[in-house]
Design a protein around this ligand. Structure first.
Ligand code: SAM
Length: 185
């Protein structure tokens, strides 16, 4: 159920993305708190095993919704199990995308990509598709890892996003990661 692309984090390594140490180092409530509110419609792209997804589901509540997207069925299966085990009524929809097409419809208040953009095969087409999925006053939070993504690669990504119609609104400090908040031009 994993992907053949060597850039894509395999399902077998999903344990490293979801454990107590990570929760202590990258607390989802702290990272998402400034952006996610009750009733919001949130799109999480590359949700992996759902480390952030469950918290977002709780934060938006029953009046909001989270659409959690991943390329790998195995990752979505892990999120599904987590929702089921929690016994909570969370408004989380799971969507398996294609590697070069997100393929969801609607407009979202908040889009979240944590450690994902460097795995995308075509950032230009990705940001072009994303434009139509973000509300006029919507926000996108992108966080990239320190080792896999150089400053130059991060700046190139911002350049591609700006050509697609996004502007940089903030550069939140998440050392040692690289982070940016984008909005629509
Ligand atoms: C390093 S993991 C991060 C997972 C999650 N965001 C987290 O921080 O725990 C990257 C995830 O992005 C997904 N991914 C890679 N390429 C993708 C694409 N083209 N579209 C959607 N998801 C993708 C992978 O399947 C993997 O689950």
């Amino acid at each position: 159920m994993s992907n053949d692309n060597p850039n894509v984090c395999p399902v077998e390594k999903s344990g490293s993305l979801d454990n107590r140490i990570r929760r202590w180092l990258q607390n989802p409530q702290k990272i998402l708190g400034p952006y996610v509110r009750e009733s919001m419609e949130v799109l999480e792209i590359g949700c992996g095993p759902g480390f952030f997804t469950m918290d977002m589901g709780r934060m938006v509540g029953k009046s909001g919704r989270v659409v959690a997207v991943d390329l790998q069925e195995g990752m979505l299966q892990k999120v599904k199990e987590k929702i089921s085990l929690s016994g909570e009524e969370l408004n989380i929809e799971l969507h398996k995308c294609e590697s070069e097409r997100i393929g969801v419809s609607g407009e979202f208040d908040f889009v979240f990509l944590f450690y994902v953009v460097h795995e995308l095969p075509d950032q230009e087409s990705f940001f072009r598709e994303l434009v139509s999925l973000v509300r006029k006053d919507g926000r996108i939070l992108i966080v990239e890892p320190p080792m896999h993504v150089s400053k130059q690669a991060f700046d190139e990504m911002l350049d591609i996003a700006s050509k697609a119609g996004f502007v940089v609104l903030d550069r939140p400090k998440m050392f040692p990661n690289k982070a940016v908040v984008l909005g629509k031009d």
